[in-house]
Write a protein that binds this ligand. Structure first.
Ligand SMILES: *[C@@H]1O[C@H](CO)[C@@H](O)[C@H](O)[C@H]1NC(C)=O
Length: 185
């Protein structure tokens, strides 16, 4: 019964969101000497995987440090002309691996991986989340984040190369809509 519940609640939505890949999750390298404090603040979603065409625009997240290893995660988007907000918490699960965060948007949900693969803290960040399902296949999410609403094409190109070099398939990554966001609703 419990497994059935888990499958319906956690696994179906993931599978619906993207075609799963065979085999276990890739094990990408993450940002060396990751500094959580420098990562805090406002980030805009520039590109993402999987493609979610029906989703909102102007997606951004504001990270705030709450303790040395935990953060408040406040995300927002504009959907059908309305500002929607969601709040979660993030933690560094193992201080020896500070770039491997876990984020949860509800106390009933488990922490999802939120790995910072690369960031310069001031312009871009590459984030990856992958969940193994029975070690048979995996579903994954990837984001290119920017401190501004746009990033140079060369940065996006390099970002995609980094994902690809870590065995992450970003062929179907799509740009997030960040136009017309600064006007009042
Ligand atoms: C981010 O969150 C902090 C703490 O709640 C707040 O002081 C700050 O104004 C927020 N920044 C943005 C851009 O929303």
């Amino acid at each position: 019964m419990k497994l059935f519940f888990a499958v319906v609640v956690f696994i179906f939505p993931l599978i619906r969101a993207q075609v799963p890949h065979w085999g276990p999750c890739p094990e990408p390298a993450v940002q060396p000497a990751f500094n959580l404090r420098q990562f805090m603040g406002r980030w805009f979603e520039i590109e993402k995987l999987p493609a979610q065409f029906e989703k909102g625009s102007c997606i951004e997240t504001n990270f705030t440090l709450t303790t040395d290893n935990s953060i408040r995660v406040a995300s927002s988007e504009i959907l059908n002309g309305e500002l929607r907000k969601i709040e979660g918490i993030g933690v560094i699960e193992d201080m020896r691996n500070p770039a491997k965060l876990g984020i949860s948007y509800s106390y009933v949900l488990p922490y999802s991986p939120y790995w910072i693969l690369s960031t310069d803290y001031v312009s871009f960040a590459l984030v990856y989340s992958c969940t193994d399902i029975l070690r048979l296949f995996h579903v994954d999410f990837a984001w290119i984040l920017g401190r501004k609403r746009t990033l140079p094409d060369s940065t996006i190109q390099k970002a995609k190369e980094l994902f690809t070099n870590n065995n992450i398939d970003v062929i179907r990554m799509i740009p997030s809509k960040q136009q017309g966001c600064d006007k009042a609703l």
